[in-house]
Design a protein. Structure first.
Length: 56
């Protein structure tokens, strides 16, 4: 199951560089994770300063 970004996202983009699958992109008001590209590796979780990314 893909990780998700919740409403705590500050749109800083810190997670983008850590995603090896290039599954994270800028969305409307917050970043979003493409579930078809996400490998559920969790590399993005530690880079989020607002802890907005979690496995769902």
């Amino acid at each position: 199951m893909a990780h998700k970004i919740n409403d705590s996202c500050a749109s800083c983009g810190a997670c983008v560089a850590d995603c090896p699958m290039e599954a994270i992109s800028e969305g409307d008001g917050k970043y979003k994770i493409d579930p078809d590209k996400c490998s559920d590796c969790g590399a993005c979780v530690g880079s989020c300063p607002t802890e907005a990314i979690s496995a769902e």
